[in-house]
Write a protein that binds this ligand. Structure first.
Ligand code: ATP
Length: 353
């Protein structure tokens, strides 16, 4: 059942429209990420949900209640920001207690709720510390506890991990997801990091220029990008230029090599150019590799990335990257080598804009 509904949301700053007919229904307990490049309007949508910005059009409802006209403190929403927004002059306990004190909760209830929250983020032992005595990761955990203490209906996270170093970012995102699931709290998470969004979300909204380009589960977004923008923004997808040979037979050419696609090429005629997508992990150049489709090309480079070696090869007008799992015996192809990549025709997706 829909819990948080965003319907035909619009936002303009002066003449500039930054959110343009944004629609989404979020279920109770869902973890939804807004993913998109800088400036696409993610934070503006979040700030409208929180009540910090007034929509220029459209409606926001939470649990069936229209939020129009409600101030941020009347919305029962918890928010965590990118920069550590803890009160520097208050210790951890007082920071977490803040919302409960403002709400006038009794002393005893505040003490037990703060204890519970500090237990949740595993920082009971640091209750007396001040923000400057905490690491960045600890500060963000306190910010999370402070947001959750008043039992909000919705949790909003605005790039809460982007100021942290890579290792802490990964462990804290897993912790956030565990806490979110434990509490069953409806959560919206803003990020421009596709790996982050793919790893912790129930669903992802890929935003482009103020609109939702695609809404889907991480697997749907990664495996079946709906638009060229989603394809290029999510994952390191190959975008391959192909020429239509026979639309009825879904026959195209990539450079001078013919390929039969499994899906319809769409309303095109012979000679038209279309875009295809292929994941770098889809194919193999190993001897005896399986696959009903093959592309042969000249290797440009091979780069060691740790768990995989990524090789780039030129096929007609396109450069195609493919990955080989690293193992001690692996000899990656060298620049100038000719290799044949085998894959299944279903791995080649037709990208429509
Ligand atoms: P980032 O990841 O960089 O935070 P974002 O996707 O969250 O990007 P927003 O912060 O929502 O983007 O901003 C969307 C656009 O709206 C940007 O072009 C921004 O400059 C503009 N904008 C945001 N707030 C205001 C404001 N108060 N007045 C004028 N323009 C604004």
């Amino acid at each position: 059942m829909t819990f948080l509904s965003l319907s035909h949301l619009q936002k303009s700053f002066g003449p500039v429209q930054v959110v343009n007919d944004f629609n989404m229904d979020i279920e109770k307990g869902e973890f939804v990420s807004f993913l998109g490049p800088s400036g696409c309007g993610k934070t503006t949508v979040l700030r409208m949900i929180a009540g910090f910005e007034t929509p220029s059009g459209g409606t926001i409802t939470v649990a069936g209640k229209n939020q129009a006209g409600l101030k941020p403190n009347q919305r029962n929403i918890g928010m965590v920001f990118q920069a550590y927004a803890l009160f520097p002059n208050m210790n951890v306990f007082d920071n977490v207690a803040f919302g409960l004190k403002v709400a006038g909760r009794p002393q005893q209830e505040i003490a037990s709720r703060v204890k519970e929250m500090l237990g949740l983020i595993k920082l009971e032992h640091l209750a007396d510390r001040f923000p400057y005595q905490l690491s960045g990761g600890q500060q963000q955990r306190v910010a999370l506890a402070r947001a959750l203490a008043p039992k909000p209906q919705v949790l909003l996270l605005d790039e809460p991990l982007s100021a942290l170093d890579a290792k802490i970012r990964v462990s804290l995102r897993e912790e956030i997801r565990m806490i979110q699931q434990q509490l069953g709290i409806t959560t919206v998470f803003v990020t421009h990091d596709q790996e982050e969004a793919l790893s912790i979300s129930d669903r992802i909204v890929v935003m482009n220029a103020g609109c939702a380009d695609q809404i889907g589960t991480p697997a749907e977004i990664y495996n079946r990008p709906a638009t060229r923008f989603v394809a290029s923004f999510v994952g390191t997808l190959n975008l391959i230029e192909a020429k239509v040979i026979d639309p009825a037979a879904n026959r195209v050419s990539i450079g001078d090599q013919g390929v039969t696609l499994r899906e319809p090429v769409g309303p095109v005629k012979p000679g038209d150019t279309i875009s295809l997508a292929l994941r770098p992990e889809a194919g193999s150049i190993a001897e005896g590799a399986k696959g009903d489709t093959a592309l042969t090309g000249e290797v440009i480079s091979s780069n060691f990335l740790g768990s995989v070696v990524r090789t780039r090869m030129r096929v007609g007008p396109s450069v195609i990257s493919f990955d080989m799992f690293n193992n001690p015996g692996l000899v990656p192809p060298a620049a100038g080598d000719t290799v044949t990549l085998r894959f299944t025709a279903t791995d080649l997706l037709v990208i429509r804009d």
